[in-house]
Write a protein that binds this ligand. Sequence first.
Ligand code: NAP
Ligand code: ZN
Length: 365
Amino acid sequence: MKLDFHMPTKVIAEKECVRNNADVFKIGKKALIVTGKRSAKNNGSLDDVIWALDKNNIEYAVFDKVMSNPTVECVYEGAEMAMEEEADFVIAIGGGSPMDAAKAIALLAVSDIDRKDLFSGNIGNKALPMIHIPTTAGTGSEVTPYSILTNHEKQTKTSIAAPCLFPAYALLDAKYMKKLSLKTTVNTAIDSLSHSVEGMMSARANIMADIIAREAIRLLASEFDNLARGEFTDEDREKLLYASMLGGVVISQTKTTAVHAMGYSLTYFKGIDHGRANGLLLGEFMEYTEKFAPEKIHDILDCMGMKTVDEFKAELHKILGETENFVLAELEMYADIANMAGGVKNSIHCPDRSEILEIYKNSLL
Ligand code: NAP
Ligand code: ZN
């Protein structure tokens, strides 16, 4: 057996998690709170964090300019604010976008990295400590060492990765998701499903990550009917948040595969939400992988109580609805881009450019 598993984030999940664990905020004297434009103010998460900071007499400043699919410009602006405010730790509140932006901000606040070198793979391993509070249930970014940013130069999304990007704490409370729209609930749930399924199809899959992935896939499959119907109890929300965190732990070890690498073009060029982009490609990539590693695919299907990839595709179709319109020329361009992406090579069996194009065509035309 060969195993190498490192996930240093302390995860705490409970009702009223932030207020009940106010002491964890004592990791610094002044926080930069990183959020999106609106949701943290509306769902109670920002109020809870400020309550916990005030209780401990910790100062803070708020950077609330993070957009979906954050840009390089946004994280440099946030890092400038962190430095000006002399923040010594970062609190991320929100979906994957603020959480990923917060990681790059925490890195850039203490590391002198030129914009042209940000995606060079040579970013050192120094960042401010972080506390992450996810308010969507999908990316699992609260437990991964990745920050995924829009990379205009390469017309895609590119991840930066370093052990220092693991948050120190992840605080999970599903109460913030009560008013999360059905669209974002569905798309983020499918993102987390994709993480666990891809983790099992990854060249880096390992025995522990597989155990965690199977549990996450089982939990998510038990929510398929609710995702199709659009009805969620508090317990469903908790289950989705827990499964999302598990999916994050999985990819923190295995990384993602061709599905994510191919999905980035759907987001970059068509504005399709990250999780939906993965969901539109996942079934077809499983069918491709089944030819080379049938036992892996049957293991995944088994967790969902299914026998065939076609059954899974039909379920996904029920949840995601009709696919957007694409033309062949677009898919040719996406295939060129994905063929250059590292994520493709992380698949248990790597598709070449013509196979990538086939997967796009079968999924989207
Ligand atoms: P998101 O872009 O963070 O958020 C989507 C929308 O949901 C935003 O409009 C946001 O509003 C809103 N929202 C967030 N929480 C809400 C709540 N509790 N109630 C109501 N609205 C809420 O979407 P996401 O899918 O969570 O994250 C996607 C990003 O994560 C992508 O950039 C993707 O590449 C990245 N990702 C990272 C990893 C990783 O390991 N680092 C893994 C997978 C994906 P506001 O803007 O107002 O907050
Ligand atoms: Zn993802």
